[in-house]
Design a protein around this ligand. Structure first.
Ligand code: NAD
Ligand code: LMR
Length: 331
C-alpha cells in the first residue's frame, strides 16, 4: 500500500503531477491538498481507471492534517513560480514561509514519509524542511529529497539533440550534480551513458552546459509572464517519485541524483571530494526501502567539470545558510 500526497496539487505542476501519480499502479491512495481547487482536481482524477483512491483537501476542517495522515510519499510543488527577470532566489520571500508551514504539518503528522521538495528555491527550501524537522526531533536525512530530476531530464534531451537523434534521449543518462539554480547546476557530460563525440568543439560543449544550467530561464521566457516549467517538471517529478516508490517496495539498484543532506552515509567522503564543509549537495544517491542508502561520490570528473563544481559551491553555501537561518533565527 502506498499513499502519496501532493501539496500544491491544484497548481501548474500539481495537476499534471497528480495525473501521472494517479496513473502509477503502485499508488493505492492519492491525497491532493491545495489552498484552492483541490477537491475538483481530485474528483476529476478519480474517474481514471487505476487503483489509486483519490481525495482532495482544502485548509478548513484539518484538511492538511487529514491529507497527510498515513502518507508514505509527500511531494511538495506548492508556491509561486518565476516571472521573466526573476531568479529562483527572488521566490524565497514567499515560498520559504509556505514550505516552512507545510514542513511543520508533515513533521507533526507524517514524520516518516519521504519528502520530495519541488518548491523553489530548492537550494534553500530543502534546508528549511530539514530545520523544521530537526525542531520537531524527527529529522531523518535519508528521507528528504530536493527534486533536481528536471535538470537530469533536460540533460538527456539536450545531449540527444546535440547528437542529432531525439530517439536516443530516453536511453541517455547524464549525472547532474550540485544544486538547482544557474551555476549550481553541474552536468557531468563526461559521465554521459552515451559519450559525446571526441571531436565535438568547445563552443558546442559550452553552450550545451549553459543550456542545461539555464533551461529553466528558457521556459520562463517562452511562457512570457505566465509561469515556469510545469509539464516537464510534472514528468520529472513523477519519474523521481516512481523511483522512490519502487525502492520503497524493495527494488534494488536504483541510483538517482537528488539534492540531499550530507549528514549520512557517503556524505563525509563527498565533502572531502568537494573540499568544502557544506551540508547539502545534489549527487547520485542509492535508494532502498528506507530512503537513501548511500550518497555516491563525484566519480572521475574532468578538470573542466572540477571548475564548474568549484563555481557552484559559494552560491550553494549562501542559499543553504539562508534557508537554515530562516528557521533558526526567524526575523
Ligand atoms: P503554480 O502557481 O501554478 O502552483 C502553485 C500551487 O501552490 C497553487 O495551486 C497554489 O494555490 C498552491 N499553494 C500556494 N500556497 C500553498 C500552501 N500554503 N499550501 C498548499 N498549496 C499552496 O506554480 P507552479 O508552476 O506549479 O510551480 C510551483 C513551484 O515549483 C514554484 O516554486 C516553482 O518555482 C517550482 N518549480 C520547481 C522546479 C524544480 O525543478 N524543482 C521546476 C519547476 C517549478
Ligand atoms: C526550472 O528549472 O524549470 C524550475 O526551477 C523553474 C524555474 O524557475 O526555472
Amino acid at each position: 500500500m502506498v499513499k502519496a500526497v501532493v501539496l500544491g496539487a491544484a497548481g501548474g505542476i500539481g495537476q499534471p503531477l497528480s495525473l501521472l501519480l494517479k496513473t502509477n499502479p503502485a499508488v493505492t491512495e492519492l491525497a491532493l491538498y491545495d489552498i484552492v481547487n483541490a477537491p475538483g482536481v481530485a474528483v476529476d482524477l478519480s474517474h481514471i481507471a487505476t487503483p489509486a483512491k483519490v481525495q482532495g483537501y482544502l485548509p478548513p476542517n484539518d484538511g492538511l492534517k487529514n491529507a497527510l495522515t498515513g502518507a508514505q510519499v509527500v511531494v511538495v510543488p506548492a508556491g509561486v513560480p518565476r516571472k521573466p527577470g526573476m531568479t529562483r532566489d527572488d521566490l524565497f520571500k514567499i515560498n520559504a514561509g509556505i514550505v516552512r508551514d507545510l514542513a511543520t504539518a508533515i513533521a507533526t503528522t507524517a514524520p516518516k514519509a519521504f519528502v520530495l521538495v519541488i518548491s523553489n528555491p530548492v537550494n534553500s527550501t530543502v534546508p528549511i524542511v530539514a530545520e523544521v524537522f530537526k525542531q520537531h526531533n524527527v529529522f531523518d536525512p535519508k528521507r528528504l529529497f530536493g527534486v533536481t530530476t528536471l535538470d537530469v531530464v533536460r540533460a538527456s534531451t539536450f545531449v540527444a539533440e546535440v547528437l542529432g537523434d531525439l530517439s536516443l534521449s530516453q536511453s541517455i543518462t547524464v549525472p547532474v550534480i550540485g544544486g538547482h539554480s544557474g551555476v549550481t547546476i553541474v552536468p557531468l557530460l563526461s559521465q554521459s551513458s552515451r559519450p559525446l563525440p571526441e571531436n565535438l568543439d568547445k563552443s558546442t560543449i559550452d553552450s550545451l552546459i549553459n543550456r542545461i544550467q539555464f533551461g529553466g530561464d528558457e521556459v520562463v521566457k517562452a511562457k512570457d509572464g505566465t509561469g515556469s516549467a510545469t509539464l516537464s517538471m510534472a514528468y520529472a517529478g513523477a519519474e523521481f517519485a516512481t523511483k522512490i516508490i519502487r525502492a520503497f517496495k524493495g527494488e534494488k539498484g536504483i541510483v538517482v541524483p537528488s539534492y540531499v543532506n550530507l549528514t549520512q552515509e557517503g556524505g563525509e567522503a563527498l565533502k572531502k571530494e568537494l573540499g568544502k564543509e557544506i551540508d547539502y549537495f545534489s549527487a547520485p544517491v542509492a535508494l532502498g526501502p528506507n530512503g537513501i542508502e548511500r550518497i555516491n561520490g563525484l566519480g572521475a570528473i574532468t578538470p573542466a567539470e572540477r571548475v564548474l563544481v568549484d563555481a557552484a559551491l559559494p552560491e550553494l553555501a549562501t542559499s543553504i545558510e539562508k534557508g537554515v537561518s530562516f528557521i533558526q533565527t526567524p526575523k
